[in-house]
Design a binder for this molecule. Structure first.
Ligand SMILES: Nc1nc2c(ncn2[C@@H]2O[C@H](COP(=O)(O)OP(=O)(O)OP(=O)(O)O)[C@@H](O)[C@H]2O)c(=O)[nH]1
Length: 207
């Protein structure tokens, strides 16, 4: 997998993009709470993500498997996984590929409230320049596979991967023309919340 920096190349590429916020997980490390609805500074995490993501995309979808009516109040279409059994983030991407209006589809987790404001532009530039199927983010030596942009026409490949029991995003990417985009300049923007302690320390930081 090739690493492209992408910085300064945001204007490359013009294909339209649908973006999905993945809020369909079980939140086991937080005691099975619905992570997207947890409050940071009085605002649900999904709202934090929406405010950074929506200006970057031509269409926004919310992916949730519970509390659907609550998610609908954010004003965007809410889609559930079509592949049952909590198959992981790729199940949410799969649902988005079936619903997306645009040829490029981005997915981001609901638990990263400070995601980069140029995330999609840089991923699209990398896909365009490399002629790739999928672009994912990387910060220093850490892959960020749940921040991705891929071609909508990968739906048959993703359906087959999931049907065969696959669930790890990185394993699926290995079957594709995939490229990584380095966001070393914005590593803090990928800070995510997995536990109650993570949320508490972010609350302290933001006060
Ligand atoms: N649609 C969908 N999204 C998922 C699924 N599992 C995880 N995600 C999402 O993928 C992102 C990263 O998830 P994790 O933090 O690894 O999983 P989680 O379920 O949120 O939390 P844990 O159970 O503690 O691992 C989050 O935005 C989750 O909502 C799933 O089965 N379906």
């Amino acid at each position: 997998m090739k690493v492209a920096t992408g910085a300064g190349q945001q204007a490359v590429g013009s294909e339209r993009m649908t973006a999905v916020i993945l809020a369909g997980g079980l939140g086991r490390r937080m005691g099975r709470v619905d992570k997207g609805l947890q409050l940071l500074d009085g605002k649900p995490l999904v709202q934090w993500v929406l405010e950074r993501l929506a200006p970057q995309a031509d269409e926004v979808l919310l992916n949730a498997n519970q509390n659907t009516e609550r998610y609908e109040t954010f004003g965007y279409p809410v889609i559930g996984d079509q592949i049952g059994g909590f198959a992981g983030p790729l199940a949410g991407l799969h649902a988005a590929l079936t619903r997306a209006t645009h040829p490029l589809v981005a997915a981001v987790p609901c638990d990263s409230p400070f995601l980069p404001t140029d995330l999609l532009a840089r991923l699209r530039a990398a896909i365009t320049l490399a002629g790739a199927d999928v672009a994912t983010a990387r910060t220093f030596d850490q892959a960020q596979p749940v921040f991705c942009l891929c071609r909508r026409d990968l739906l048959p490949q993703l359906t087959a991967f999931l049907a065969a029991g696959g669930c790890q995003p990185t394993l699926w990417y290995q079957t594709l023309a995939a490229i990584e985009v380095a966001f070393d300049d914005q590593a803090d923007a990928f800070r995510n919340i997995n536990t109650e302690d993570d949320l508490t320390s972010l609350r302290r930081l933001s006060q």
